[in-house]
Design a binder for this molecule. Structure first.
Ligand SMILES: [Zn+2]
Length: 86
């Protein structure tokens, strides 16, 4: 009976761990992948993918994204709303 109790404990521990791992992987995907950022390119005159996008902070403290157009290499800048910033 005691071994059953231990097994149940281990099973609960394993379930908690797998939930935590899935959550960690999800967070990793969300926060380590700013490459899919889109911005408006003035040279292409279209929405383009932002290459090497990185989050910066403007002088007034608002978050923004800085990168280069993946098609023509022109510098791109996108102001983010505070809710977009993680
Ligand atoms: Zn472009």
């Amino acid at each position: 009976m005691r071994s059953f109790f231990i097994m149940r404990k281990m099973y609960q521990w394993w379930v908690n761990l797998s939930i935590f791992l899935k959550f960690a992987i999800f967070l990793g995907i969300v926060f380590s992948n700013p490459i899919n950022m889109e911005g408006y390119c003035v040279k292409c005159r279209a929405k383009c993918e932002m290459a090497g996008a990185e989050q910066i902070e403007m002088k007034n403290g608002r978050p923004a994204m800085k990168g280069k157009c993946s098609k023509c290499g022109t510098g791109m800048f996108k102001i983010m709303s505070p809710k977009d910033a993680a």
